[in-house]
Design a protein around this ligand. Structure first.
Ligand code: MN3
Length: 200
């Protein structure tokens, strides 16, 4: 099946004041749509046409930069919408995930600090992540459309630090955007779901 733009799992104004309707309209309807459209155009007539997005991401990395960029960003955004919810964030994580994070990284407050720091220090466009690598939860950051899948890990949480994700609401204040994401937006249930699948 060709790439398709998923609907947002909440109304456009559900995440205000931490992420505005205007940001979601541009980010989802324009930016994510462009990755879908361009990815489909670049895959057309190649071995990657109609392949699952994970397969395209891993298979094109380092080989077909144009298709990789769009497929990577399609994968990242599919989950980015689900990694947020109205009234998200906070310190209450599903038990198994909390236990694993505490054992691999440290207290939840430290994990949050490390995650924000990864996003703040990602130079230029990219993402910060929690991922499962070798059975442990780790903090990562990647450039542009890359994600942990192409670095031998499985993403369980990611935050988009491209300017298009925060410039309307926060202007240049990326640290404030990341803090709001962590404190008020993260949908820990989706993180736990991806964590369970990654640990299998
Ligand atoms: Mn984006």
């Amino acid at each position: 099946m060709a790439f398709t733009l998923p609907d947002l799992p909440y109304p456009y104004d559900a995440l205000t004041p931490n992420m505005s309707r205007e940001t979601l309209e541009f980010h989802h309807d324009k930016h994510h749509q462009a990755y879908v459209t361009n990815g489909n155009n670049l895959a057309k007539g190649t071995e990657w046409e109609n392949k699952p997005v994970e397969e395209v991401v891993i298979g094109t990395f380092g080989k077909n930069q144009g298709l990789f960029n769009n497929a990577g960003q399609h994968y990242n955004h599919i989950h980015f919408w689900k990694w947020m919810k109205k009234g998200g964030g906070g310190d209450k994580l599903p038990g198994k995930l909390e236990k694993q994070i505490t054992s691999d990284i440290g207290p939840i407050a430290k994990m949050k600090e490390d995650f924000i720091q990864a996003g703040v220090t990602q130079f230029g466009s990219g993402w910060c992540w929690l991922a499962v690598k070798d059975g442990k939860v780790v903090v990562m950051k990647t450039l542009n459309g890359e994600n942990p899948l192409v670095h031998g890990a499985k993403p369980i949480l990611g935050c988009d630090v491209w300017e298009h994700s925060y410039y309307i609401d926060y202007r240049n204040r990326r640290p404030d955007y990341l803090k709001a994401f962590v404190d008020h937006l993260i949908n820990w249930d989706h993180v736990a779901e991806m964590f369970e699948a990654a640990m299998k």
